[in-house]
Each structure stands twice: as structure tokens, then as C-alpha cells.
Design a protein around this ligand. Structure first.
Ligand code: NAP
Ligand code: MG
Length: 479
């Protein structure tokens, strides 16, 4: 049983509140760590520390800023075993997936933005010979990063590197449901040589720590990843202090299999799209659409493959781990019952896994529903679990229409061997990301974010730096 404090101003400390909460392993329901539970006063301390650190960081030569962030990437790779274990024990994902998160996602992102930290440049704007006019891209100051539980290190490492590269100090508010994978980022930053207070980690309730960050006048930007209602609440609350906002909200991607697709690749890729991290990924692909000429064949092969998936603890590298918590498991089981009641045809799964060794964990069997129609809740709502719906379609237009028939617009994907169709359909799908012939492909260079209700702004890619910069134009009379 490990103990973690808050990480503020370059050291672990207890919360002013004196309270704690348990980090629970969803594979067996047992506590794995005690974590200090932050409060509004802790947020205030973190903001003071961050403001001082931001000034020191902005005075640091950019070459050094770059090198320090690069050292963070190296430390992440060095500590992969410990960090992957923390991520898996708390959130339930497989160790393999957690190790990929540490080395290929988190470290890679620090490396990428380390490379950009010394390339933040302004422009000279020729107005007339009497004036010297130029732009400067300046950091916001202190930014807060409020993340959900599905992959704490995955989520934290998305927005911290560009914010730091741009010259800001950061305060990370992880979710109570799962946070251990990201809890050491402050300590890692200190070891890498970042100023004390530049990276603060304040665990605690959204209703206390999250709200305090959103309301604090010393916080200049909020990057929030989570649900739509919380995103809306943050948008309303942050109006009072006019904060810069990036909102990465829910998704409910369509995964379209055309009749000319490579079916082997489509079956395997759709399994990966739907059941990675037990479906608890905002860009996973739970709404499957198959062309009617191949639907039966696809469905049969897909269901057979689903039934071959090994369900078990993340530490054993099973293919499908538990859901993050008991309440979330109950929510997913409730949506499965709704699907049954609405007349969706249960093809496999559909219940909690109660096999020996799994009964204390929060496991839901990989579930597939056939004959699903777009008005059914199990298709319309984001289940955020290992649940897939399959629906047939007759034409490209019908597939596109059903895919877009949702308020979400985070990701969609398709499988085809026709290049023209791939481009046409990718163009017609209303989402920030479109995958063609492979799911989750791309890298930190590619922008990610939502159309419609799925959010505001884009993370990843070079332009993510602009989320953490403000533009000043200096207009100087020289004539
Ligand atoms: P959530 O309930 O909105 O919580 C997200 C975070 O916000 C947690 O840290 C939470 O703290 C905090 N929070 C709650 N209320 C708050 C408030 N009023 N002010 C400030 N912070 C507050 O979301 P979730 O259920 O944990 O996460 C699942 C959702 O995230 C899904 O909809 C999923 O699609 C979405 N997601 C989106 C992306 C993306 O990139 N678009 C990526 C991953 C997940 P506590 O929970 O600790 O109280
Ligand atoms: Mg946990």
C-alpha cells in the first residue's frame, strides 16, 4: 500500500484539509494506495507556486527549456516499469497498453514538444517605412489541466508538454477514480530540472479542486478532458475570469465496413477499435456499420473473435481488463439492459464476468448487439465500455447519414479498398479525426479534437502550442 501526497512547489505535501482517499484496483476491488485529497486552499498554494515558477521558466534560455523537457521524456522511458504498473493497478488497463502509454505516448509527446520549445517565433509585419511592427507569442502564465480517469498518464501527457514548452506553469487535477499513472509527473519534472512549482499535481474532487481551479483568477487557461455536462459547467464558470479554454469531450465513433474492405483487417481492427482499454477511450469505435452484402459474414467473424478475447486482470496482460470502478461497471450494465429492452439482439456477452478469479473485479464481458437501429439508446449514447452495436447499410449515403446522426463528433473510421471512396467518405464524416483502414493510427504530430458537442479546440500537433500562447503585436514608430 503506497501513500501519495499532493505535489506542490517541488515537494510532496499533505492537503490542508488533512483528508485522504483510496486508489482502488478495479481488477479485485482492493485499495492500492492512499492519496491526499486536495481542497481549495491547496489550489491557492499551487497557484502561488506556479506563478513564481512561470516567471523563472520564462527567463530560462529556450535551448535549456527544450533540453529539460527532453529529460522528462528520458525519465519516463527509464521508469517505464514502475509507471506502467501504477497506471495498470489503478485504472485496470493491460500492462502492455500501459507500457505503450508511458514510452510511445507520454515520453514521445514530451520529446516532440521539447523539440518545438525553441521554435516559438513571431513575425515582422511590414506596414510602412515609418513603422517597425512585429508579433510576439507569449505564454498565458498558469494553466490548469483537468483530466478524466481513462488512462491518467495518457491524458496528462497530452496537454502538459505543449503548455510547458510554451513557457507556462501547470497544475494537474487528475480524476479520483484513477490517477496513479500521472501522480509522479511533478516529481519527474523536478528530477529533470524544471523549476520547483512548474508542475504541480493536486488530486481531489472535481467539485472542490476542479471548481477552485476554474474560478481562480490566477489560473489563465483550462484544458479539460471529460464529459459534456462537466465541460459545459466549466465553460459557464470560467466566463467570470475569462479563461482560455480547451475542451475535449465525449465521443461515439462510427466504424464503417464497406463491401470492398479487407475483411481480415476490418475484423481485427474493429476488435482493437472497440475493446482496447475495455472501450474506455473517447475515440474508440463502438458503432459498427457493415454493408448489407457482407454484414452476416462480417458479424459472424467479428463475434467469433470477440468470444476468443481473454478477459482478466491487466497485470496478467489479458486482452480485456476490468472497467475502472464499480459505479461505472453498473452504468455500463444498465445500458446493456436498456439495449435488450429496446429490442437490440444480443449476439454475445451482455453480463458481468463472474468466472473464478474475476468475481471481485469490475469486469463486463465484451458485448455485441445486432439489429440495432439509430434511435436505440445503446447506440445513441456513449457507453464508454466494451459494448458494440452492429447495423447494416445499403449505400454510402446511408452509412454517412447514420454515422453523422449524433451530437458527438470526435472520431469516425472506415474500411475500404477504394481510394476514391475513402476520400469521399472521410470528407463527409463530421468529426475531428477520421481513421481509414486502421484504427487509432497517427501520432502526436496529428491534431485531435472534436466537432459538434465533442469539444472546442485541438490538441496535439504543432498548433497545440497556440492553446498556451497569446499573441501580442508591437507597433513602433521609427520614422
Ligand atoms: P467527468 O465526470 O466530466 O470528469 C472529468 C474530470 O473533471 C475529473 O477529474 C473530475 O473530477 C473533474 N470535474 C468534475 N466536475 C467538475 C467541475 N464542476 N469543475 C471542474 N472539474 C470537474 O468525466 P469522466 O466521466 O471522468 O470521464 C469520461 C468522459 O471523458 C467521457 O465522456 C469520455 O468520452 C471523455 N473523454 C474525452 C476525451 C477526449 O479527448 N475528447 C478523452 C478521454 C475521455 P473527479 O471525477 O475526481 O471528481
Ligand atoms: Mg482506481
Amino acid at each position: 500500500m503506497r501513500q501519495f501526497g499532493l505535489y506542490i512547489d517541488g515537494r510532496w505535501q499533505d492537503s490542508v484539509s488533512g483528508r485522504h482517499f483510496s486508489a482502488v484496483n478495479p481488477a479485485d476491488g482492493k485499495a492500492v494506495a492512499e492519496v491526499a485529497k486536495g481542497c481549495a486552499e491547496d489550489v491557492d498554494k499551487a497557484v502561488q507556486a506556479a506563478a513564481g515558477a512561470a516567471r523563472a521558466w520564462q527567463a530560462t534560455p529556450l535551448r535549456e527549456r527544450s533540453a529539460t523537457l527532453y529529460r522528462m521524456a528520458q525519465i519516463l522511458v527509464r521508469d517505464v516499469d514502475e509507471l506502467a504498473m501504477l497506471e495498470t493497478l489503478d485504472s485496470g488497463g493491460t500492462l502492455y497498453y500501459s507500457a505503450v502509454t508511458v514510452k510511445d505516448v507520454a515520453a514521445r509527446r514530451f520529446e516532440y514538444f521539447a523539440g518545438l520549445a525553441d521554435k516559438i517565433e513571431g513575425r515582422q509585419i511590414p506596414v510602412s517605412s515609418t513603422y517597425h511592427t512585429y508579433t510576439v507569442r507569449e505564454p498565458l502564465g498558469v494553466t490548469a489541466h483537468i483530466i478524466p480517469w481513462n488512462g491518467p498518464l495518457w491524458e496528462a501527457s497530452r496537454s502538459l508538454p505543449p503548455a510547458l514548452a510554451a513557457g507556462n506553469a501547470v497544475i494537474l487535477k487528475p480524476a479520483q477514480e484513477a490517477l496513479l499513472g500521472a501522480i509522479k509527473l511533478g516529481e519527474i519534472a523536478k528530477e529533470a530540472g524544471l523549476p520547483d512549482g512548474l508542475v504541480n499535481v493536486v488530486p481531489g474532487a472535481g467539485s472542490e479542486v476542479g471548481v477552485a481551479l476554474v474560478n481562480h483568477p490566477g489560473v489563465h487557461g483550462i484544458t479539460f478532458t471529460g464529459s459534456i455536462p462537466t465541460g459545459q459547467e466549466i465553460m459557464r464558470a470560467s466566463a467570470a475570469t475569462m479563461k482560455r479554454l480547451v475542451l475535449e469531450l465525449g465521443g461515439n465513433a462510427a466504424n464503417i465496413v464497406f463491401e470492398d474492405a479487407d475483411l481480415d483487417a476490418a475484423v481485427e481492427g474493429s476488435i482493437w477499435a472497440a475493446f482496447s482499454n475495455s472501450g474506455q477511450i473517447c475515440v474508440s469505435g463502438p458503432r459498427l456499420f457493415a454493408h448489407e452484402s457482407i454484414k452476416e459474414q462480417f458479424q459472424e467473424r467479428f463475434v467469433a473473435r470477440v468470444e476468443s478475447l481473454r478477459v482478466g486482470p491487466g497485470v496478467d496482460n489479458a486482452e480485456v481488463g476490468p472497467l475502472v470502478s464499480e459505479p461505472h461497471m453498473k452504468r455500463v450494465l444498465g445500458m446493456i439492459e436498456t439495449g435488450k429492452r429496446e429490442g437490440a439482439h444480443l449476439l454475445t456477452g451482455g453480463r458481468r464476468a463472474d468466472e473464478a478469479g474475476l468475481a471481485n473485479g469490475f469486469y463486463v464481458l465484451p458485448t455485441v448487439f445486432g439489429d440495432v437501429t439509430p434511435e436505440m439508446h445503446v447506440m445513441r449514447e456513449e457507453v464508454f465500455g466494451p459494448v458494440v452495436t452492429i447495423t447494416g447499410f445499403a449505400s454510402d449515403e446511408e452509412a454517412i447519414r447514420m454515422a453523422n446522426e449524433t451530437d458527438y463528433g470526435l472520431a469516425n473510421g472506415l474500411w475500404t479498398s477504394d481510394l476514391g471512396r475513402a476520400h469521399r467518405v472521410a470528407g463527409a464524416l463530421q468529426s475531428g479525426q477520421v481513421y481509414v483502414n486502421e484504427w487509432f493510427c497517427g501520432d502526436i504530430q496529428c491534431p485531435a479534437g472534436g466537432y459538434k458537442m465533442s469539444g472546442i479546440g485541438r490538441e496535439e500537433g504543432q498548433q497545440a502550442l497556440d492553446n498556451y500562447l497569446q499573441l501580442k503585436s508591437v507597433r513602433m514608430r521609427i520614422g
